[in-house]
Every structure is written in C-alpha cells, then in structure tokens.
Design a protein around this ligand. Structure first.
Ligand code: Z5A
Length: 227
C-alpha cells in the first residue's frame, strides 16, 4: 500500500449523516479556535469556491430551488457522482484549503474526503481503492482531526423532514443507503482512532456543542509543543 497521506494539524473536518447537527457543531469548533486567538476559515464540501459550488448544484440539484432540468432528466451515474465530488474537492483544496493553511489559519470543513468513502464507497458500492487513488492524486492531505457526529438514521431524517420542499438527489435515497453510509463512517472512525472523535449526536444541540468543543480543546492542547 502506498504511504499514508499527511494529516494537517490545522485542518479539521466535520462528518455525519443527514440531520446530525453539523451546523451547531461548526459554530462550536469555530468559537473554540477563534477564542484561542487563531484565524478560522469555515468552508464546506462539495463546494467552498464559486466553481465547486457550481459542481455542487450539478451534484445535488433540488435544493435552493435548483431544479436543474438536465440532472432531473438524466440520472447521474455513481461513477460520475464520485468524479464530480473529487473535481469539486481538487478545486477547493487548491483555492481555499491550501492557501489558508499556508498562511497559518485553521480550516474547518463541513465534510471532506471521508464523505466520499462513506457515501460513494459504502453507499454506492464504488471501489475503495479507486477512491484512495483519487484522494492521493487530487487531495494529497487529510485532516488532523475529524469529528464524526453519529446519529440513528431515522432520527436524522426525522429532523430534516419537511425542511426542503424538494429533497436533493442524495437525500431522496432510502434508509438502507444511509445505514451503509453510517456504518462506513463508523468503520473509518474505528480504523483511525487517532484522527477521529465520535460525538453522540442524539444529545440536545447544546450538549453536542459542548462535547465538540471539549474534543477540539483536548486536541489543540495535545498539539502544543509539536513541530
Ligand atoms: N456528499 C457525498 O455524497 N460525498 C461527498 O464526498 C461529500 C458530500 C463531500 C450535501 O452535504 C450532500 O453531499 C450530503 C452528502 C453528500 N447528502 N446527504 N444526505 P451537506 O452536508 O450539505 O448536507 P446534509 O448532510 O444533508 O446536511 P444536513 O442534513 O443539513 O445535516 P447537518 O448540517 O448535520 O444538520 P443541521 O442543518 O445542523 O441540522 C438539521 C436539522 O436538525 C435542523 O432543523 C436542526 O435544528 C436540527 N437539529 C440539529 N441538531 C439537533 C439536535 N442535537 N437535536 C435535535 N435537532 C437538531
């Protein structure tokens, strides 16, 4: 197996299924890190740059009134979905993530490559080795810390039910798809315990925020003094 990718100590990602509460968690991470006097760049995937946001529209359709005729009329192949996710990510990494890391900022991303392993790998059944190859060539780094907001699939979907007039393309999948995605995230967390912190997302929002902030604080404390 080729060497593991470098983990950047100032790149933090948030992962989880639908309705897991990433928005509350993102705010908690941002407040904690800015409270320690560091610049924080909040961003998201797919998206984060104008071009990557356009790719997001192609990928998700549906949301924000975007009822794209082309994507509705023509189903998106799983392979196309994966490649578009990585096209958006390659752009995001080069335009936003790397420049921010180079100037010393922290980058907090609402989803990153683990989502591709979970959704396109476990959910769609695409080859893990292919995803790893794309990760190595198009991304080239991993977060130093990944917070996984873990939540029962039905509970997450109940939280978002009725939010969107039209659920987006991925949100329209059935529960068994999301069960595979959840398992995919949990397996990755088990395999890389030094990178992942698993947060019980069934707690009330304030408790989730407190748990997330505590995990980030411990992690930052552990970074001090490292080269
Ligand atoms: N995707 C992919 O397939 N492959 C990839 O490589 C990448 C992404 C990067 C877009 O992501 C889709 O792209 C996503 C995965 C796929 N598709 N799905 N499903 P996204 O992150 O933009 O979309 P999302 O996961 O669907 O976002 P979300 O449903 O909004 O989840 P969230 O951000 O974690 O939830 P939230 O907005 O913070 O909260 C949702 C609702 O729950 C809201 O009404 C809250 O008030 C409520 N909530 C939140 N926390 C709580 C608690 N603790 N208790 C009760 N209620 C709560």
């Amino acid at each position: 197996m080729p060497g593991a990718l470098p983990r950047h100590p100032r790149l933090v990602s948030l992962e989880g299924g639908e309705g897991a509460g990433k928005s509350t968690a993102l705010a908690a991470v941002r407040d904690l890190i800015t409270g320690r006097g560091h610049e924080v760049v909040l961003t998201r995937e797919p998206g984060g740059t104008p071009l990557a946001e356009r790719i997001r529209e192609l990928l998700l359709g549906g949301r924000d009134g975007l009822r794209d005729g082309a994507t509705d009329a023509e189903p998106l192949a799983a392979e196309t979905e994966l490649l578009l996710m990585f096209a958006a990510r390659a752009q995001h990494v080069r335009q936003v993530v790397q420049p921010a890391l180079r100037r010393g900022a922290y980058v907090v991303s609402d989803r990153f490559t683990d989502s591709s392993y979970a959704y396109q790998g476990e959910g769609r059944g695409l080859d893990r080795a292919w995803i790893a190859d794309l990760e190595r060539r198009a991304v080239g780094l991993q977060p130093g810390l990944t917070l996984l907001l873990d939540l029962d699939v039905r509970e997450g979907r109940a939280r978002t039910a009725g939010r969107d007039l039209w659920p987006d393309r991925i949100e329209s999948e059935q529960d068994d798809f999301f069960e595979r995605v959840r398992l995919g995230f949990r397996r990755r967390a088990e395999a890389e315990p030094e990178r992942f912190r698993v947060i019980d997302a069934a707690q009330p929002p304030q408790a989730v925020g407190t748990a997330v902030a505590a995990a980030v604080a411990r992690w930052l404390d552990g970074q001090q003094g490292r080269p």
